[in-house]
Design a protein around this ligand. Structure first.
Ligand SMILES: NC(=O)c1ccc[n+]([C@@H]2O[C@H](COP(=O)([O-])OP(=O)(O)OC[C@H]3O[C@@H](n4cnc5c(N)ncnc54)[C@H](OP(=O)(O)O)[C@@H]3O)[C@@H](O)[C@H]2O)c1
Length: 257
């Protein structure tokens, strides 16, 4: 299937490792040039070399997306380098566990900035560029815990990931027909060096039980499987899909909506 992504330009945030890097590689394989960012410059440069091997021209911009002006700089440098922006994948995100009554304003501000406002800011800066091309698309990486209860200790994560799905659905209404906006909700995704990989190495029996009890397909998800879903959503082949959140979770989640 030709996804129609040849010669398009994509921004992927948080792409020096993990799911973001797999997404950038998948887009590169389909013919996109890619702008990536992360804080650790050495990791980012290494990732850029790997993504270039897929045939892409890569712009690697070391930055902290939570710092003032940095999301806008990422967009400006991408537009200057490549002359267009077709795809934005808002992947950067993290978790901070804590009991609700013990979380401070600073905890809330930090996670809202990272998991939510970074995507708002990159999107807002990129939209004028995306309006200038045909078939532009935004995709946010949420979580199954943006669609259903994650449990005690996850108020920051649950709230910010739900907010991302919510805003993407409103954006889809406002930005149609020029720009499609969707989100993806991964379940537990294991890749070398990632948090689930570490937990499996530390507690293999406990993790086997976790998988048996929670994931219908009886294994962790792969980052390539998330990347494939995102690449499809950002492609011409998904031209009728906007305002949707797709679970990529092997049957881990239980939400009816
Ligand atoms: N892994 C899972 O099972 C899973 C499940 C559901 C949803 N997700 C979501 O998928 C996304 C990716 O997860 P992941 O597991 O691949 O994460 P990860 O391995 O922790 O990678 C995060 C990436 O973002 C970068 N980053 C972190 N903070 C940043 C900041 N302030 N500014 C710029 N870059 C930053 C990191 O590099 P630096 O540290 O060098 O900045 C790294 O490249 C997240 O939104 C996560 O919530 C993951």
């Amino acid at each position: 299937m030709n996804l129609g992504l040849q010669d398009r330009v994509a921004i992927v945030t948080g792409a020096s490792q993990g799911i973001g890097k797999y997404i950038a590689e998948a887009l590169a394989r389909e013919g996109c040039d890619v702008a990536i960012c992360a804080r650790t410059e050495s990791d980012l440069e290494e990732a850029a070399r790997d993504i270039e091997e897929e045939g892409a021209d890569v712009l690697a911009v070391p930055m902290d997306v939570t710092e003032e002006g940095e999301p806008e700089r990422l967009v400006a440098e991408t537009a200057e380098r490549f002359g267009r922006i077709d795809v934005y994948v808002g992947n950067v995100g993290g978790n901070r566990r804590g009991k609700f009554e013990e979380l401070s304003d600073e905890d809330w501000e930090d996670l809202i900035d990272l998991n939510f406002m970074s995507h708002v800011r990159v999107s807002r800066a990129a939209i004028p560029h995306m309006r200038e091309v045909e078939g532009a698309s935004i995709c946010y990486i949420s979580s199954i815990f943006g669609r259903e209860l994650g449990g005690a200790g996850l108020s920051l994560y649950n709230t910010t990931k739900s907010a991302l799905i919510s805003v993407s659905n409103v954006m889809a209404q406002e930005l149609a027909p020029e720009i499609r906006v969707n989100s993806v909700a991964p379940g537990s995704i294991r890749y070398p060096g990632g948090s689930w990989d570490q937990r499996v190495k530390e507690n293999p029996e406990e993790m086997k039980q976790f998988v048996d009890q929670n994931i219908a397909i009886e294994r962790f998800g792969r980052a390539t499987e998330v990347a494939d879903a995102v690449t499809f959503l950002c492609s011409e082949r998904a031209s009728l899909i906007t305002g949707t959140c797709i679970n990529v979770d092997g049957g881990q989640s239980h939400s009816l909506i």
